[in-house]
Design a protein around this ligand. Structure first.
Ligand SMILES: [Fe+2]
Ligand SMILES: [Fe+2]
Length: 309
């Protein structure tokens, strides 16, 4: 697997985000990262609508999957569906705590994006007939059984604790740096983008779920833009005060092992799949971890930091 996963990320519109993991020059110092205002303008140019997608072929494909394949697919999809809902809910206090108006304006666009991602998954689940429940809340609840314990720890403890603190103390900028390290670098940059590329590649190779692939590719492009914001923000903060650079490293050390465990899905436990065993898509769980770690490393270099041991 290449550094960036597939030809998809060679697309001009993906590269336009300036996400360091998509740039060849990421290892060199002084790499161009878009400003907050440029990231806002890019958001205006990169709109898409959930209502434009057509899931009719997806519905037929899903009906044809064997029960075991459905169970495996549900792990990845459920983590995204619930993850999108969690991050949409947590962004408000992060936006409010940002120290600069341009940052806040970009983060407002990200709140809209994350809401669109929840709507995307909700429509997919509803129209493809994956779940029994009839409401968004019911679908979220029903799908929660497919996520693992590390996922709950990362979102409902590590992220929530930091965001609750920011909601009470918006001037705690060091906590904001920790929250954006966890949210933009780890949850979006390491976990979401890795999962997205693996899931999209798998479906493209199998020729399955075309409506989902179209929508999820748009979600991935949004995520690269969010991660580009995170890289720019953390670079600016680390350059302004050494204690912010230390906060980034401290957060990565604390959450890194839990993030690695999130990449071992629930079905891998149930089917007793080893971390280095080749999976149906041709890759192992450890291959996913290597991909995630490499992307993090490139982004940290662009921020001016190295990965803590
Ligand atoms: Fe998202
Ligand atoms: Fe995002």
């Amino acid at each position: 697997m290449s550094d960036t996963g597939s030809g998809r990320v060679e697309r001009v519109d993906f590269r336009a985000t300036s996400d360091p993991a998509l740039q060849d020059g990421a290892e060199r110092d002084g790499m161009q990262l878009l400003s907050y205002g440029e990231l806002y303008s890019l958001w205006e140019r990169q709109h898409w609508a959930v209502q434009d997608l057509d899931f009719s072929q997806d519905r037929a494909d899903w009906a044809g999957f064997a029960p075991e394949e459905r169970f495996m697919r549900m792990s990845g999809l459920s983590s995204f569906f619930i993850g999108e809902q969690r991050v949409a809910a947590e962004l408000g206090p992060i936006m409010r705590a940002a120290p600069d108006e341009q940052m806040r304006i970009f983060l407002c666009t990200q709140i809209a994006d994350e809401a669109r991602h929840v709507a995307f998954f909700d429509r997919f689940y509803k129209e493809v007939g994956v779940l029994e429940a009839n409401t968004l809340e019911g679908r979220l609840e029903e799908t929660a059984e497919h996520t693992n314990a590390a996922f709950t720890e990362l979102f409902d403890e590590m992220l929530k604790r930091r965001v609750d603190r920011l909601a009470a103390e918006p001037e705690d900028t060091e906590m904001l740096v920790e929250a954006i390290t966890l949210y933009h670098m780890v949850i979006e940059g390491m976990l979401a983008l890795t999962g997205q590329h693996l899931i999209i590649d798998y479906n493209e190779k199998q020729g399955t779920l075309p409506g989902f692939v179209r929508g999820f590719t748009n979600v991935a492009r949004d995520e690269h833009r969010h991660v580009a914001f995170g890289a720019r923000f953390l670079r600016d903060m680390a350059a302004s005060e050494p204690s912010y650079g230390e906060a980034i490293q401290r957060t990565l050390q604390e959450v890194g092992p839990v993030a690695n465990d999130v990449l071992r899905p629930r079905w891998a436990e149930r089917l007793e799949v080893a971390d280095d065993e080749e999976l149906p898509g041709g890759l192992s769980i450890n291959d996913g971890r290597v991909f995630a770690a490499r992307a993090l490393e490139r982004r940290l270099k662009a921020i001016g930091l190295t990965v803590a041991a």
